[in-house]
Design a protein around this ligand. Structure first.
Ligand SMILES: [Zn+2]
Length: 329
């Protein structure tokens, strides 16, 4: 089947179920204002390549929290497939420019999988991570982006198509993650997903309460990039808004909860006195308009119910990185 950019865009737009959450006119206008500042060019291959280059050129000891992209990728069978395909493309790109097993090990270490043990067999590869990360339960194959990445990398390295599947996962009550790659695997067999908004918001709340851990920002962005592509970005932002609203209903203590949400998103920031504004200082590595949109929507959804307030976003670029201020009315 011929793949066109339009067809790809249509596929992305169908990934998340239509959400009828009321997003007010002012919020829509704000969204346009933010979105139009940069186009799809910012999610180009060159950024991805730069991130891969940085990761491939040094050792890493990153940890792996349950990030917002993990939640979105595990939401539906369609988002899981999208995660796998996106990871596959990233893995291929990495192998084209930085071939060799060391690159894959470094990428997986940056992804927070700890020390990677790599067992190559004539017709299969087993990759095990020894790091225990959390006790969340998502179901099987939770790290789909990484399964795809391994498959893409190894397909390119071995010059023949292989697929990968995660056979054990820390997000499915295992004490380690393990991936297997071979030509005979069907990566989509028996996929389970989070499936409901209730479960998704429950997991988000757990993620926000989890111990902070320092994740590699380059990898954070690589695994987020597929969600920052239009038109999918609009659906993901709406989803963030809905999840934020649910969180606000359950946890209206804004002064203590907002800093936790910021920490969860890996964005330094603060809440002003009397909770009139939330100020976000995006790190250089995460300073992209799509990420500003996604993260401020989660916070604005939270503000809408926790503080029963409308909000607006003001953003500017300072010293090459975004700063955003959410004003609470
Ligand atoms: Zn896993």
């Amino acid at each position: 089947m011929k793949r066109t950019p339009k067809a790809a865009a249509r596929r992305r737009s169908k990934l998340l179920p239509a959400t009828n959450a009321a997003i007010s006119r002012s919020q829509k206008q704000q969204k346009k204002k933010i979105a139009k500042t940069e186009g799809e060019s910012e999610v180009s291959k060159s950024i991805e390549l730069l991130l891969i280059k940085r990761i491939a050129s040094s050792e890493h000891d990153s940890c792996r929290p349950m990030n917002v992209q993990d939640l979105v990728y595990n939401f539906t069978p369609e988002t899981k497939r999208y995660a796998y395909k996106s990871g596959f493309a990233t893995g291929e790109l990495a192998s084209i420019h930085f071939p060799g097993a060391l690159t894959l090990e470094r990428i997986l270490a940056a992804a927070g999988f700890g020390k990677v043990i790599y067992y190559p067999f004539p017709d299969a590869v087993k990759i095990t991570s020894a790091r225990k990360m959390s006790s969340f339960s998502f179901g099987t194959n939770s790290h789909m982006f990484e399964s795809g990445l391994i498959a893409g990398f190894l397909s390119r390295e071995t010059a023949r198509r292989v697929e990968a599947i995660e056979t054990h996962c820390v997000l499915n009550n295992s004490s380690f993650c393990q991936f297997e790659a071979s030509r005979r695997i069907d990566p989509y067999l028996g996929l389970t997903s989070i499936g409901s908004f209730d479960k998704l918001s429950e997991l988000l709340a757990e993620g926000i309460d989890a111990e902070p851990c320092s994740f590699n920002n380059d990898y954070y962005l690589i695994s987020l990039l597929p969600l920052l592509q239009k038109p999918l970005l609009n659906s993901v932002s709406k989803l963030m808004y809905i999840l934020g609203k649910r969180l606000g209903e359950e946890r209206p203590e804004a002064r203590s909860e907002i800093p936790k949400i910021l920490r969860y998103l890996h964005i330094p920031g603060n809440v002003s006195e009397n909770v009139h504004a939330v100020n976000l200082q995006y790190p250089h590595e995460l300073s992209m308009s799509g990420f500003v949109l996604l993260s401020t929507f989660l916070l604005r959804g939270y503000i809408a119910t926790a503080l029963k307030s409308r909000s607006s976003v003001f953003q500017r670029v300072s010293k090459g990185a975004y700063m955003a201020s959410i004003k609470i009315e």
